[in-house]
Design a binder for this molecule. Sequence first.
Ligand SMILES: [Zn+2]
Length: 331
Amino acid sequence: MLKKSLPGPRAGIDYPRTLGEFHEFFSDEAACSHYLERLRWREGFVCPACGQSGTPWRSKRLLLVCSACQRQTSVTAGTLLAGTRSPLRFWFLAAWEVTSRKLGASALSVQRTLGLPSYKTAWTWLQKLRRAMVRPNRDQLSNRVEVDECYVGGEEEGVHGRETHRKAIVAIAVELKARGQTARIRLRHVPDLTAESLVGFVTEVVEPGSIVETDGWSGYSPLKEAGYKHRVTVLSAASDPAHVVMPHVHRVASLLKRWLLGTHQGGISNNHLPYYLDEFTFRFNRRTSDSRGLLFYRLLSFAVQIDPVPIKELFQGTGRGPRRRRAKHKM
Ligand SMILES: [Zn+2]
């Protein structure tokens, strides 16, 4: 479907800038419902049943009633927030908590702030919101991209040699601007360091023809064949131990580790890790946003664009736990 480009969201008009404005924007359920309606149908309501556009009637229970076919539609039906029995205002507050803080929020802090009945509820809400942290049909990285991996989770002590039991491997791609500053990132939990996993990751997140910089690991060898300009940097044995081959990836890796250990106390199973990586990416790629409110706006916009996630799937995570692991180097 061809979409007209719409003007960008305006601070203080399309999203709140402060907690004070948040309370003014979302004083009751009707205000929250209206807000979601505008995000979902930015060019005006279109009836999901008959496809007719035009201003709907509104029922007392905040349902939208199509003026053509009379069918009632809930603003959350068919979206990530479908079927919620909690007030929308609570969801908005949870989204605000997660987006307004520089380091996000843990399930425990969301439970306390919102007074949710259980930790499990707060955890489930955050897992749901993480599904909305990936822009639908997002672009690939391009130009010049640094790629490397790091290990997260598990305990280093007691691990023999270079085995990575319980640790997860995260592949990291960092797009660089002309002057070498970090632009956007992509992260992926990969099962191993094979070419299948690593080149698979690159082909999914980096535009063909881009320059891809990696170390000399054989898993990256097929990059040239896959259509990239592959630049290899080999760390010689004699070099300064403090030298870092992939400085941008290295920085992202240490921020990621600090975030997982700090905000989330490291308590993340490998099955759920991919969604935490999405959250980290969401926040990192918007780190220069003038307003945290814009992140809140993006999160809710994506939430009404994506399908509901069955609760069972939320608890199981990806089910793609690490299979075979091969040691390479640690970062
Ligand atoms: Zn209709």
